[in-house]
Design a protein around this ligand. Sequence first.
Ligand code: GLU
Ligand code: ZN
Length: 296
Amino acid sequence: MSFTRFAPSPTGYLHRGHLLSALFVFAAADYFGCRVRLRIEDHDQSRARQEYIESIPVDLARFGFHFESISLQSNRYALYEKYAKKLKEALLLYPCTCSRKKLFAENPVNEDGEIIYGGCCEHRKEASEEPFALRFKVPNKNILWNDLLLGSFQENPKLQCGDFAIQDRLGQWTYQFAVCVDDLEENIGLIVRGEDLRSSTARQIALSQALGRKKEPLYLHHPLLFEKEGKKLSKRQQSQSLRAELEQGMDEMDLLGSVCFEARVIQENRRVSLEEAIHYIQNAYFGRFSKNSLLN
Ligand code: GLU
Ligand code: ZN
């Protein structure tokens, strides 16, 4: 049995964007024949909050989403250490003492606003007294992959972002690293997430291979919901939470219908059940695949 996962970061309450993402995850799991894990991605301890962590499974259960397992990244530091050791032994890590200011002053940025690290600390062997990040030596080659909805992509991580951090200067494991370890350890064969993460895929494939992953997962990046002004829905913009919307009088079926309507998988804004919502997503997006065709 293969697994997929829903992996929100607990830096705010879940909002409509998460609801759409959860619908895609469950629609894909049902269609392609895999089970769903919930992973709460609290790798960024400066932004994660306990009340948000606790709210995630509770809020999802209200809509009828139930999970095969629930994990929390902050419980897995020993595992991250183990994999970091493996990379270190393969001579694929080096310490980088550059400050944020130095990084932005000395390196170009890509279209997502991330620096393309030029490798100025590449030859550092041992860390100094100063705080340091650990960078992963990315291969300088095109990585090819095929997205189930978007088609084929290729990207060279060396040119796209350069050697990236697996641990930051505060000692926190980064998203890119934690997600690859977790997807490997949790036997995730299908990754369903928003299109905003598409650009992380090539570097995650490179890192997963270095971690020892034998078979790449399948990737499915889904369209995002946009707010009226055309901005991406995100917690940082203080979008309304599902909790708040439910308190203000909408019920779960109203919200499911409204999200399906905004995502244009139904033509009018009406109440729908979870089963219907999943069915509409499958009809709109997965029709060209035969059922249970991709995994195992
Ligand atoms: N934690 C990430 C987010 O909330 C998702 C990570 C992933 O699906 O790879 O945006
Ligand atoms: Zn550096």
